[in-house]
Ligand binder design. Structure first.
Ligand code: ATP
Ligand code: MG
Length: 584
C-alpha cells in the first residue's frame, strides 16, 4: 500500500471530547470516525487491525473444533420471548417493527438463535459436542456509550456456543474455550487476568471474565499477587478478621434518642453511639424479578462496609435492583433513611399484608450487641443480637471488598482493587435455554435430556482499544506485530531524489514478496513529518531509506523499543521478516 494513496486522516491535535487514550489515538491516527453516539465508522487502518484480530480468533476457535456460522442481526420477537429475554433485556434492546407490524429486534447476543437451530437439528448425543461460533455485529442501546469504541451501541463480537449431552461435556467445552481465550489474548499482546464474575442476565452457573487492567475500564477487579486469585468486585470476597463480641448485656434491644444522626459517621461521633463495625447498616432496595414485578428488600451490612448492588441482585435472582425512593422507604419502614433497621420490620410488614425480604451480609452472622436504626425518626436501638432480634431471610455475601483486605484463598496476600476492562466472557449456561426453548437430545440410554450449553463472547473493538491502552507512548500507538495494520513502513526521506525513490520502491516490492504487509511512505513530505506520522499510527518497524543508501545501508527502527540500527540493504528483508513474523 502506498501512503500517498491510502486513506489515513491523521489529526494534529488531540480531539477535545476524547477522554481515554485509545479514543484519542484512534481518532488522531485516523482509524475511526464517529457517526452518532456510540456508533463509529472503522476506516481502513482500523479495519486492517480488526481483521487481524478476527483472524487470530478464527484460528483459535477452529483449533478447538469451532464451526463458523453467520446468523442474522435482525431477529423476530417470538424467539426472544421463548427465553424470557424479550422482557429481561429492557431498554438495552433495539426494537423495531416491519411493514406488517410484526415486532423485531437487533440481536444483542445469539443464545436464542443458536438454540433454535440446535433444537430443530440435534437429535442424539452422538451428534454432540458441537461448538458453533460467529464473528458478527451486535446491537445494544447502552445507557452511556462512551470512551470511543470501548462501549458502543454497535460492535463486533465473536460469540461461540457449546452443546453437550451432560455437565462433564460442558466442563470440557468450557475448558477448551478458556484455553483458547488465553491464547487469543496472549497473541493479541494483552496482559489480562481471568476473574470470577456474576452471570447476570445470561443465567447459568459458572462465569469467568477476561479483564485487562486499565483506568479506561469500567469494571473493578480484586487480584492477589501472592496466589493469583482474581475476581470481579461483583463476586470478590476477602478474609475478614473475626470481631470478638460479648453476649448482649440486654435481654432485648433498647431504644435511645439520636437527634440529627443520619449516617454511620454521625452515630460513631454521637455520645453513647457505636463504632462502625458495631453498627448495622440497613439499606432499602427494590428488586425487579424476571417477570417484571417489584419486590422491596432490606440489605443489612456491617456499618463499615459497602453494599455491592450486583451481589444483592444475584442473591435475589433479580434482573436489577434500585435504592428505594424516600417516599417508598417512609411508607415501608415508617421512618426516613438514617433511622432504619431490621428489628421487627418483617412482622410489621406482614401485619400490613406485605412481603418484605431481609438479606444480610455474612459478616453480620452471629454478631451481638449491635446498634441499628429504630424505624422511628431520630431514634436507634442498642444491644441488638442479630440471631435473636432480626428475622433474616437470606444470609449471603453482599459487601464490596477493598484494597488491602486479606485474600480469601491464600489468606496471606493482600488484595489489590483496580479498574479493568472486560474483553471476553465465558459462561456455563447449563440448561437455561435448552429447557425454556425445548432443545433436547436422546442420551446414551435413549432418554430425552436437555442439551447442556455454554456461551463465550469476545469484543473485537475492545481488543483493539485495550491494546492501545496498554501499548502507547507520547508519540502515538505502539502496535504489537500480530495485530498491527502493517508489518512495516518503508519511509523514503526524500521522494525528489531518484536514487532514494528507486531504492524505496524496490524494497517495497521485496518486502511484499516476502509475505509482509508493507506501507510505502511515498508522500512528498519532509522526513520529520513522515517519522512523526509513522510513530503516531504505530507500525512496529520502519525502514528508512535515506542518505546512507550510497553505502547500501538503510535504517531499521523498532517502534516499541525506540531503537534504530543500520542494516545492509541485502539483509533488511530477512531481518524484518524475522521480527514481524515472530510476533504472529
Ligand atoms: P459490559 O459489562 O462491559 O457491558 P457485557 O458483560 O454486557 O459487557 P457480554 O454480554 O459478556 O458483555 O459480551 C461479550 C463481550 O462483548 C464483552 O466481553 C466485550 O468484550 C464485548 N462488549 C460487550 N458490550 C460491548 C459494548 N457496548 N461495546 C463494545 N464491546 C462490547
Ligand atoms: Mg460480560
Amino acid at each position: 500500500m502506498r501512503w500517498s494513496q491510502f486513506f489515513i486522516p491523521t489529526l494534529r491535535e488531540d480531539p477535545a471530547d476524547a477522554e481515554v487514550v485509545s479514543h484519542k489515538l484512534l481518532l488522531r491516527a485516523g482509524l475511526i470516525r464517529q457517526l452518532a453516539a456510540g456508533i463509529y465508522s472503522y476506516l481502513p487502518l482500523a479495519w486492517r487491525v480488526m481483521r487481524r484480530i478476527e483472524k487470530i480468533i478464527r484460528e483459535e476457535m477452529d483449533a478447538i473444533n469451532g464451526q463458523e456460522f453467520l446468523l442474522p442481526a435482525l431477529n423476530p420477537k417470538e424467539v426472544w420471548e421463548e427465553s424470557g429475554r424479550w422482557t429481561v433485556m429492557g431498554d438495552n434492546m433495539f426494537r423495531l417493527k416491519d411493514r406488517r407490524g410484526a415486532e423485531l429486534c437487533l440481536g444483542m447476543t445469539h443464545e436464542e438463535i443458536f438454540t433454535s437451530i440446535a433444537r430443530h437439528e440435534l437429535r442424539s448425543y452422538k451428534q454432540l459436542p458441537q461448538v458453533w461460533y460467529q464473528i458478527q455485529t451486535k446491537f445494544r442501546d447502552e445507557q452511556r456509550p462512551k470512551s470511543g469504541v470501548l462501549r458502543v451501541r454497535q460492535f463486533i463480537m465473536k460469540d461461540a456456543y457449546s452443546f453437550d449431552v451432560d455437565q462433564a461435556g460442558l466442563d470440557k467445552s468450557f475448558e477448551d474455550q478458556r484455553a483458547a481465550y488465553v491464547r487469543i489474548f496472549t497473541r493479541c499482546g494483552l496482559k489480562f487476568s481471568m476473574v470470577e464474575a456474576s452471570s447476570g442476565a445470561m443465567g447459568g452457573s459458572a462465569s469467568n471474565e477476561f479483564m485487562v487492567k486499565t483506568d479506561a475500564g469500567e469494571d473493578l477487579i480484586a487480584t492477589c499477587e501472592s496466589c493469583g486469585y482474581a475476581a470481579n468486585l461483583e463476586k470478590a470476597t476477602s478474609k475478614l478478621d473475626a470481631i470478638a463480641d460479648e453476649p448482649s448485656a440486654l435481654s432485648a434491644p433498647e431504644e435511645f434518642p439520636t437527634p440529627n444522626v443520619r449516617t454511620i459517621e454521625d452515630l460513631i461521633n454521637f455520645p453513647g453511639g457505636a463504632v462502625a463495625s458495631r453498627q448495622i447498616k440497613s439499606l432499602v432496595y427494590v428488586a425487579k424479578t424476571e417477570a417484571g414485578e417489584e419486590q422491596p428488600v432490606i440489605a443489612l451490612l456491617r456499618g463499615d462496609q459497602q453494599l455491592h448492588e450486583t451481589k444483592l441482585a444475584d442473591a435475589l435472582g433479580a434482573t436489577e435492583v434500585r435504592p428505594a425512593h424516600p417516599e417508598e422507604i417512609r411508607d415501608l419502614m415508617g421512618a426516613a433513611a438514617g433511622s432504619l433497621g431490621g428489628v421487627g420490620v418483617k412482622q410489621k410488614a406482614k401485619a400490613a399484608g406485605r412481603d418484605l425480604r431481609i438479606v444480610a451480609d455474612n459478616a453480620l452472622r452471629g454478631r451481638t450487641d449491635m446498634t441499628t436504626g429504630a424505624n422511628k425518626d431520630d431514634h436507634h436501638l442498642r444491644g441488638v443480637d442479630i440471631g435473636r432480634d432480626i428475622e433474616v431471610d437470606q444470609w449471603t455475601d453482599l459487601r464490596m471488598v477493598a484494597s488491602g483486605e486479606r485474600c480469601p484463598v491464600c489468606e496471606a496476600g493482600t488484595l489489590d482493587v483496580a479498574k479493568a476492562l472486560e474483553v471476553g466472557h465465558i459462561f456455563k449456561l447449563g440448561t437455561k435455554y435448552s429447557v425454556s426453548m425445548g432443545a433436547n437430545v436422546l442420551d446414551q440410554n435413549g432418554k430425552e435430556v436437555p442439551i447442556v450449553m455454554g456461551s463465550y463472547g469476545i469484543g473485537v473493538e475492545r481488543i483493539m482499544a485495550a491494546a492501545i491502552e496498554l501499548h502507547h507512548d507520547a508519540d502515538g500507538i505502539v502496535w504489537t506485530p500480530a495485530i498491527a495494520p502493517f508489518d512495516v513502513v518503508v519511509t523514503v526521506t526524500n521522494m525528489k531524489q531518484q536514487e532514494l525513490k528507486d531504492a524505496g520502491e524496490k524494497l517495497y516490492r521485496e518486502l511484499q514478496a516476502a509475505g509482509l504487509d508493507v506501507l510505502l511512505d511515498d508522500r512528498d513530505e519532509r522526513a520529520g513529518v513522515k517519522f512523526k506520522d509513522a510513530d503516531l499510527i504505530g507500525i512496529p518497524f520502519r525502514v528508512t531509506v535515506g542518505k546512507k543508501i550510497t553505502d547500501s545501508t538503510v535504517e531499521l527502527f523498532d517502534r516499541a523499543k525506540k531503537e534504530s540500527a543500520d542494516v545492509k540493504l541485502d539483509e533488511v528483508v530477512a531481518r524484518v521478516q524475522q521480527l514481524a513474523l515472530a510476533g504472529r
